[in-house]
Unconditional design. Structure first.
Length: 78
């Protein structure tokens, strides 16, 4: 319940997705340590959201993620 009323289907879906992502992050941090686990969690969540964006036809999200990964790679390689 939120604000004295039942959650709508969209609100429940958003809440469940956030809880699922939180569990993924906690699990990966427990397995790999804080830094590496956080990075793996980020990759996993971006993969999930990228798949959803791809199904919806949102190529802008995928381009933004690719650019972010390229920037991180450039910063650490050269």
């Amino acid at each position: 319940m939120s604000a004295g009323r039942p959650l709508t289907k969209a609100e429940r879906k958003q809440m469940n997705r956030a809880e699922h992502e939180r569990k993924i992050k906690q699990d990966l941090i427990a397995r790999h340590g804080k830094d590496l686990g956080t990075f793996y969690a980020w990759l996993r969540i971006v993969n999930i959201r990228g798949t959803q964006a791809s199904r919806d036809g949102d190529t802008a999200y995928i381009r933004e993620v690719a650019l972010a990964l390229h920037n991180v790679h450039s910063r650490h390689v050269g």
